[in-house]
Design a binder for this molecule. Structure first.
Ligand SMILES: [Zn+2]
Length: 89
């Protein structure tokens, strides 16, 4: 069974401020600096979660302060490599 999250609507998610290294998150790769930032805690490891839906997200990268629009298909699961609000992994 594949877990899924279906997103509908327009979101303005606030990036999580304190990532825990080694924990899994759902977020975006900044379109400018490519750092990952998280908007959700991921309950499972990568590869089991299906992130879909016609949603749009407007989020500001906590690393470089670049605000951009993202789609559900831009959502990525990542395992934080560093603490803080963004991660290179
Ligand atoms: Zn950035």
């Amino acid at each position: 069974m594949t877990d899924g999250i279906h997103f509908t609507g327009a979101y303005q998610p606030a990036p999580l401020p304190n990532l825990i290294p080694g924990s899994w998150y759902i977020g975006f790769a900044c379109k400018r600096c490519r750092q990952h930032f998280a908007i959700l805690n991921a309950l499972t490891a990568a590869g089991t979660l299906d992130l879909t839906g016609p949603a749009s997200f407007t989020a500001t990268c906590p690393a470089c302060n670049h605000s951009s629009d993202y789609q559900a298909s831009d959502l990525v699961q990542f395992q934080a490599a560093q603490g803080g609000s963004s991660s290179t992994a």
